[in-house]
Design a protein around this ligand. Structure first.
Ligand SMILES: *[C@@H]1O[C@H](CO)[C@@H](O)[C@H](O)[C@H]1NC(C)=O
Length: 256
């Protein structure tokens, strides 16, 4: 009886059902319940002192809809990731919520997010509701990872002010769309193909001492939640005479 075709079919359907259940509980589009606060003394905008190292760019990125993350900071891997965050109080909160980009690390009173006050208010249905939300200080929310959106922008490299050939090169990566993380970065000489793996010094800041010379081809490893890992090589090289403080358009943008 145990080995009859019927019991195999039963076993098979049970397994299928269990698999569907597992997928449902780990689905990447599902909202996760948590709490959010806001930067009390932020001037509506983001922050230029965020732990991600975005600098002054961090104050204006995504129109000022930014957030500090606690666990989602992920030792800096989470920097630049976007989340749809919506509060759950139906009296005040809009269904759409707000899309924020992670620029800082921080937590307060069991929160996953500390939003800019601008972003916090954006979760409300109206201006009055926003005032009520802000007076609550900390609210229940639900969130999910979404693609960032930077219309008419390619992934761009901002060279660290302290960079100084041939001793040190550091940069931050701006405007990455999609839902994947950049988990490794290489610079390759375009002349003889010597490549050097960079260090994540902190946040979104990638650095190396003794950078390779000449014009440099950038390689970024994109890692998806599903375990997929892909190296992407932008069309544009970093010019041989790169300068501290300059930005360079990679000519590449991603949507997944
Ligand atoms: C993005 O890169 C492409 C080349 O890959 C280029 O044609 C386009 O002008 C760039 N966009 C911007 C806004 O710089």
């Amino acid at each position: 009886m145990a080995s009859s075709p019927q019991s195999f079919i039963l076993l098979f359907t049970t397994l299928l059902f269990l698999q569907t259940l597992t997928e449902a509980t780990t689905c990447s589009d599902c909202f996760i319940h948590s709490r959010a606060a806001y930067y009390p003394n932020s001037d509506e905008q983001g922050t230029d002192r965020g732990a991600c190292g975005f600098g002054s760019f961090g104050a204006t990125i995504n129109g000022g809809d930014v957030s500090a993350a606690s666990n989602l900071y992920r030792d800096g891997v989470g920097c630049g990731a976007c989340y749809q965050v919506r509060c759950t109080n139906s009296n005040f909160c809009a269904d759409k919520g707000v899309t924020v980009v992670i620029t800082d690390q921080g937590s307060s009173d069991n929160t996953d997010f500390i939003l800019s006050s601008r972003a916090f208010g954006q979760m409300a249905q109206t201006k009055d509701a926003a005032a009520s939300l802000l007076s609550l200080g900390v609210v229940d929310i639900e969130y999910r990872r979404v693609s960032c959106s930077y219309p008419n922008k390619n992934i761009t490299i901002k060279i660290d002010e302290n960079s100084n050939y041939p001793y040190y090169l550091g940069f931050v990566i701006w405007y990455q769309q999609g839902k994947r993380d950049i988990t490794a970065v290489q610079l390759c000489e375009t002349q003889n193909f010597v490549c050097k793996l960079l260090d994540r010094s902190y946040g979104a800041v990638w650095t190396t001492t003794s950078p390779p010379s000449g014009s440099l081809s950038l390689r970024m490893l994109f890692s998806g939640e599903d375990g997929d890992e892909t190296w992407l090589v932008p069309v544009n090289n970093i010019p041989h005479d790169w300068k501290a403080g300059e930005t360079y358009d990679t000519g590449l943008q991603v949507n997944e």
